[in-house]
Design a protein around this ligand. Structure first.
Ligand code: COI
Length: 354
């Protein structure tokens, strides 16, 4: 399929102050769109000026939430090249989400080509400063104008882009996390492993209540026994106990993070012991009591590597590593972002030039 390009006649000014970018607040000049119908499959791939969409008020996504999304970044290297980090993994994962949400699959290679074509057109929007990138948000949603509860027959796939800095205002400094015992995010058999808006909608109340008591995000426990650790609001989570780096195993209710996968591969390549297994919040608290819990950190595309300095579980607070970023989080942040930004040799072949 060809991608047609219609450039904007009124390009916006690029942000001057890259320090104040924040996350996902401003958008570039264009967007990628393609449509789906049962008869045509995915068709009419196009890059057009960024702008509002016109939708019938009855489109099923607005009522039943049949939608999925992804998040990945384009980075500027010191040589001025633009590169992506494992984009095919995002498109493989969108198909995993699609399958669960009854959305037709996309062609991974075509979508990677679409991302590259789009980023190439927006390359001047990739910011230059340390810790910044062009955040890309591919998403798919159901467009049938029909109020029956049924998978849609028509869809739109869109990619938008936002020059962004740190997701958390804390940056690489430790965040405070509320261990959530009242609300649950997902259960096995549900949609927890897929990147669908409903998972995030379900998380908002807990997130709001955590913020009200000055916690940055919540740590979700399993939906049945409320004892096994799952993930943090926008990231997967790792615990360093003695010489073992533990992260909850993927068992259906946890997002299979691409940063999670990369961090596991990276740490193992350094000879570190990384275990994917069930871990209870009691085990973490006990390890802390025994002085064996040296670090907790989260991983995610938006969050990158984010150390956790404090946990609060039913009013019991623990401070991790004196509320300082620990050595494993620090080195992993340095190594991973170094590969992503083209400052460290990419022995893994994870990056792709645009
Ligand atoms: C990402 O890390 O790209 C995410 O999708 C998290 C997002 C919900 C902010």
């Amino acid at each position: 399929m060809n991608i047609t390009v219609q450039k904007t006649n009124s390009p916006k000014a690029k942000p001057e102050n890259e320090e104040g970018l924040g996350f996902g607040k401003i958008f570039t000049d264009h967007m990628f769109i393609m449509d789906y119908s049962v008869e045509k499959g995915w068709y009419d791939a196009r890059i057009v000026p960024y702008g509002p969409l016109e939708l019938d008020p009855s489109v099923s996504v607005l009522h039943y939430g049949q939608a999925v999304f992804e998040g990945l970044k384009a980075y500027r290297t010191p040589q001025g090249d633009i590169q992506l980090f494992r984009p095919e993994k995002n498109m493989e994962r969108i198909n995993l989400s699609n399958e669960r949400l009854c959305i037709p699959p996309v062609d991974v290679d075509f979508c990677v080509k679409a991302i590259k074509t789009f980023v190439d057109i927006e390359r001047d929007w990739v910011p230059h400063s340390e810790g910044t990138s062009l955040y890309l948000r591919p998403f798919i949603f159901a467009t049938d104008p029909f109020l029956g509860v049924h998978p849609s027959y028509t869809y739109k796939f869109i990619i938008i882009a936002s020059p962004s800095g740190q997701y958390y205002p804390e940056g690489i400094n430790p965040v405070k996390i509320w261990v959530e015992s009242k609300y649950v995010r997902a259960v096995r058999g549900g949609t927890g492993f897929s990147k669908t808006g409903g998972n995030y909608a379900a998380s908002l109340k807990a997130q709001k209540e955590a913020e009200e008591v000055s916690y940055t995000q919540v740590l979700w426990l399993d939906g049945v026994e409320r004892k096994y650790i799952e993930e943090v609001g926008t990231m997967n989570v790792f615990f360093v106990i003695d010489d073992e780096i533990i992260t909850p195993a993927l068992q259906g209710s946890i997002l299979p993070g691409i940063t999670r996968m990369s961090v596991i591969e990276l740490l193992r390549s350094q000879g570190k012991k990384v275990t994917e297994r069930a871990i209870t919040v009691e085990e973490v608290y006990l390890a802390h009591e025994q002085g064996k819990l040296s670090e907790v950190f989260g991983t995610g595309t938006a969050a990158v590597i984010s150390p956790v300095g404090e946990l609060n579980w039913n009013g019991k607070k623990i401070i991790i590593n004196g509320n300082q970023t620990g050595p494993i989080a620090k080195q992993t942040y340095h190594y991973l972002t170094g590969i992503q930004n083209g400052k460290i040799e990419d022995k893994f072949n994870w990056t792709q030039k645009v």
